[in-house]
Design a binder for this molecule. Structure first.
Ligand code: GAP
Length: 452
C-alpha cells in the first residue's frame, strides 16, 4: 500500500486556504473544536447529504424521510437510556487543570509536557474517574426550573423511534421498512479533536430499519454490505476501508451487534460509520415510558415489536474521509500541484468555465453564456481572474473535475477544450454539446487514480 502524503494538518490548511472550513468564532479568539463552513464546505456537505438521501430514499421503495425536532420531551432521553448511561469517564488533572477521558489517556496529551500522556510524569495529579454525561442541557420556556430542563439531542435516532406509530399508520408501511433522517446532533465531548472527526456539534445521517425479529441478523449483514458499497461507489479506496465487529463488552447498552465501518484516517483506523442491531430495545422502552404501544399489528392480527437495524454516520466523518482520500500532491512540468481527487458527484464545483483571455470580449461573452446555461443544472463556477495556470490550480485544489476553456479557436469554430482534473488530458467539444457531455460525465463510474 502506498504511503499517502496527506496529514490532518494539510487537510486543515487546505480547508482554511480555500474556504471550506473556518475555526468558529475566530474574531473572539475561537471556541475550541467548533467550525464554520464556507462556500465550498457547504456545497460539499450538501453533496454528501444528497448522495446519502438518494441511496436511502430516492433509489428505494422501503424507506421514508423524517425531520424531527432537536429538542424533544425530556422523558425521551430517560427512556432511551441517555440520561442514565450516555456518559464517558472523566479525570481532572489538579496540576495542569485539564480534563481527559479516562479511557483515552494514551490518545491525550498532558498540558505541561506535550510529548507525554496524562499520568506519565510525576507532576501529573489525576483525580479518580467520574462519569460525565455528554448531553447538552438547556431550559424550555422563560423559567429556569427543574421542570423546564431539556436536552439538545445527542443522536437523531430517538426522533425516529417516537414517530414509529405515525409513520406506520400514515405512510402505510409494514416491516421491513425504514425511516431516515439527517440533522444536527450535539455532544459535549470531553476530548473533541482531529479537526472535524470529533466535534461537539455535527450532522448525523441515520436510518432506522424496522424488521421482523427473525430477519434481524440477515438485515444487519445486508446494511453493512450496502453502506460499504456506498463508500466504494463514491470513490474511497477499498484498501482504506474495513469492517470491525464490536466484541460484547464494547457494545452500547441497546446493541445486540455492532460493526464499525472504519477508514484509515491520518490518525489511524477509526470509526467512519456504525451499523447496529438495536433489537427491540428502543420501541419497548418508549412503549414503557410513554404508555403508547409501539408495535406492528398485521392484517391477520399477528403482532410483534420489530427489531431495528441502524446505519449511523456523520457528514463530518465522511467529509474528512473524502478529503483525505482525495488529497494528492504531484509535480507536473516541474511545478507542484495540490489536487483534491474527489468523486465528481461529491466535488463542490462540477465544472469551471474559463475564458483564456479576460480582456477578450468575444471569449468572455461565450464563456458567460456557457456558464449561464450550465448553472441551471449544476454547481459551476466562472473565473476570469489571473493567469490560466493559476486558475487551473485553484480549481484543482477545490477538486473541480473539469474545466471548460474558451480560447481563440472557440471564436472561429464554437468549440471549447475540456481539461480533466485527474489525467490533465484535454479534448475539444462543440459548445452546444457541453451540457449533455457534463451530464454524462457526472453519471459515469469514477475511480481514483491514487494508488491503493
Ligand atoms: N444512533 C447511534 C449513534 O449515534 P454513535 O456511534 O454514537 O451511534 C454514530 O454515532 C455516528 O455519528 C458515528 O459513526 C460517527 O460517524 C458520528 N459521530 C459520533 N460522534 C461524533 C462526533 N463527536 N463528531 C463527529 N461525528 C460523530
Amino acid at each position: 500500500m502506498a504511503i499517502d502524503a496527506v496529514s490532518m494538518d494539510k487537510i486543515v490548511s487546505l480547508c482554511r486556504r480555500r474556504g471550506f472550513v473556518f475555526p468558529s468564532s475566530e474574531i473572539y479568539g475561537g471556541l475550541g473544536s467548533t467550525f464554520d463552513y464556507g462556500h465550498y464546505g457547504v456545497l460539499m456537505k450538501n453533496n454528501i447529504k444528497a448522495r446519502w438521501f438518494e441511496a436511502m430514499i430516492l433509489e428505494r421503495d422501503d424507506i421514508v424521510a423524517l425531520d424531527s425536532a432537536v429538542i424533544l420531551h425530556p422523558r425521551v432521553w430517560e427512556a432511551s437510556g441517555h440520561v442514565e448511561g450516555f456518559t464517558d469517564p472523566l479525570v481532572d488533572c489538579r496540576t495542569c487543570k485539564l480534563r481527559f477521558r479516562a479511557d483515552k489517556l494514551e490518545d491525550s496529551q498532558c498540558g505541561r509536557k506535550p510529548s507525554k500522556h496524562p499520568g506519565e510524569i510525576p507532576d501529573c495529579d489525576l483525580t479518580e474517574p467520574r462519569q460525565f454525561n455528554l448531553m447538552f442541557e438547556t431550559t424550555v420556556g422563560p423559567v429556569q426550573e427543574a421542570g423546564a430542563r431539556a436536552y439538545l439531542r445527542p443522536e437523531t435516532a430517538q426522533g425516529i423511534f417516537i414517530n414509529f406509530k405515525n409513520v406506520l399508520q400514515l405512510a402505510r408501511r409494514r416491516p421491513p421498512f425504514g425511516i431516515a433522517q439527517i440533522g444536527k446532533s450535539f455532544r459535549n465531548e470531553i476530548t473533541p479533536g482531529n479537526f472535524l472527526f470529533r466535534v461537539r456539534e455535527f450532522e448525523q445521517m441515520e436510518m432506522e430499519f424496522f424488521v421482523p425479529p427473525p430477519e434481524a441478523e440477515r438485515w444487519y449483514r445486508y446494511w453493512i454490505d450496502e453502506r460499504l458499497g456506498w463508500y466504494l461507489r463514491y470513490g474511497l479506496r477499498e484498501s482504506r476501508l474495513r469492517v470491525r465487529e464490536h466484541g460484547p463488552e464494547e457494545r452500547s447498552h441497546y446493541s445486540q451487534g455492532t460493526s464499525d465501518i472504519e477508514y484509515l484516517y491520518p490518525i489511524g483506523w477509526s470509526e467512519l460509520e456504525g451499523v447496529a442491531n438495536r433489537g427491540d430495545y428502543d420501541l419497548t422502552r418508549h412503549t414503557e415510558f410513554s404508555t403508547t404501544k409501539l408495535e406492528y399489528v398485521g392484517q391477520e392480527g399477528e403482532r410483534y415489536v420489530p427489531y431495528v437495524i441502524e446505519p449511523a454516520v456523520s457528514v463530518e466523518r465522511i467529509m474528512v474521509a473524502l478529503l483525505v482520500d482525495g488529497y494528492d500532491e504531484e509535480v507536473v512540468g516541474e511545478r507542484e500541484r495540490t489536487v483534491l481527487r474527489l468523486h465528481p458527484q461529491m466535488a463542490p464545483v462540477a465544472a469551471a468555465i474559463l475564458p483564456l483571455i479576460a480582456k477578450s470580449e468575444g471569449m468572455v461573452g461565450k464563456a458567460r453564456s456557457l456558464y449561464e446555461e450550465l448553472r441551471l443544472r449544476h454547481s459551476v463556477e466562472y473565473d476570469d481572474n489571473g493567469a490560466i495556470g493559476r486558475r487551473y490550480r485553484r480549481q484543482d485544489e477545490i477538486g473541480t473535475p473539469w474545466a471548460f476553456t474558451i480560447d481563440e479557436q472557440t471564436l472561429g469554430d464554437d468549440t471549447v477544450t475540456v481539461r480533466d482534473r485527474d489525467s490533465l488530458a484535454q479534448e475539444r467539444l462543440p459548445i452546444p454539446g457541453v451540457r449533455a457531455w457534463l451530464d454524462d460525465a457526472l453519471d459515469r463510474e469514477w475511480k481514483t487514480p491514487k494508488p491503493d
